[in-house]
Design a protein around this ligand. Sequence first.
Ligand code: ADP
Ligand code: MG
Length: 496
Amino acid sequence: MTNALSLCSVSKSFGGFKALDSVDFSVAPGEVHALLGENGAGKSTLMNIACGLYAPDEGHVELEGRAVTIAGARDAAAKGIGMVHQHFKLVPAFTVLENILLFNPGRAPAEIAREALALADRMGFEIDLDARVGTLGVSEQQRLEILKVLVAGARIIILDEPTAVLGEDDGRALMALVRGLADSGSAVILVTHKLHEALYHSDRITVMRQGRRIAETLPAEMDPGRLTTLIVGEHIVEEPEPSPHVGGARIRLNQVRLAGDGGRKGLVDVSFEVKDGEIYGIAGVSGNGQNELAEVLMGLGLPTGGSIEIAGHGDVTGAGPAHRRQNGLACIPVDRYRHGLAGSIGVADNFAVNGALAGRYGSWLWFNRRKARAEARAAIETFDVQGVRSLGQKAALLSGGNAQKLVIAREFQGAPQVVLAHSPSRGLDVRAGAAVHERLRAARDRGAAVILISEDLDEILLLSDRIGVLAGGRLVAEFKAPANRSEIGAAMVTHD
Ligand code: ADP
Ligand code: MG
């Protein structure tokens, strides 16, 4: 069959830097073609050429075997190419319908509305055309992005890391939707970091590394180990490692309650303890109290009942975030840009925030900037934060993996006794994820009590010494490592 889209020996440089070096890539109607590679491999650049945002320096693009020039995003849409970007391009203040209209100018609203509803129905999801986009969840916004390009008549659909922002359930639903698109004759390109999506949900796999195509292969010829080796160019396989030494209880939650509001479930009598030198994993389907538990632990939400104790500090139930830190608790929050870092201020200042609050660099009047900068520089080195061109560089310019390393470098200053990590490797590539895991194990091995909240069951199984399952805001089961995956899965869903 002729390919729907082919990129032929495409090269692209930015300044003197060669982001793409003679890359070939194609996708056929009815096919899901997975595109894998580490951060910076060139995946987005390649896809931006496919959707007309960049022109290639060398090489060309073919549609159904004929060489074409794609003159910008509008032209790409007219040619049946639709891209759902890594960062959504929706207007939050507009309704769903208004956003679709914005993307499909010049067509009658009534006709668009009819078509959108029919397409949503065919794809098996519900949609409220009058809802304001700002009120939608991430997964609904993403469906809207897909719907938007379908209404525009896209037959070649490019999804750039679509599940990086989704929990496990929504991710699974999206994979079903992707297959549905291919079954209806679309050509789908799935850019992803997740090996299992490529292995189990694609028909063909292309791996890129440093701007080159390293391999084009079939899922049946791959396994997670071989695929990882292709992606990172070396062998990274993470194995569970039991704790070298488990001590006494460090943090204890007694019957912690948090009243739910609106659609939130809250927490119902959650009790568990985590010992020194132990990683306690909290497994669960997303939306079952994970965010609430994290808030209560960070001191952002005050429990409506029960208590939290940290050994050596006593009852800390009412302590706010700054106090929690003084009680030896460090946090790697789920949204590293919202709660973790201030994107618009410099790397060194982001780093120094905690230390400054703790009086580590003198007072605000007599701030020891030189000491703060020296420590920031040392931590960037120790924690292998890459892409820092200067200490004044804005944190928002760091890639996901490096931003996370910066959060960890800062949080692990002063060797915290309790560490809360909430989905710490979400959106990170294999190497960056493994580096984050290594840091959590190192904290545990030096005796910290680590609480790992993650919707990624593989991550929980890989790291945890004990596992609690959160369902409907309750802790419904506890397991000791090595734990049985399907028993945990059953506990996650059977306690509604
Ligand atoms: P991926 O999507 O695989 O993570 P990208 O295609 O975004 O990778 O980036 C590939 C390389 O090109 C990176 O080193 C990135 O910094 C660089 N790059 C991408 N876009 C630009 C740009 N507009 N200007 C300068 N460099 C860029
Ligand atoms: Mg990208």
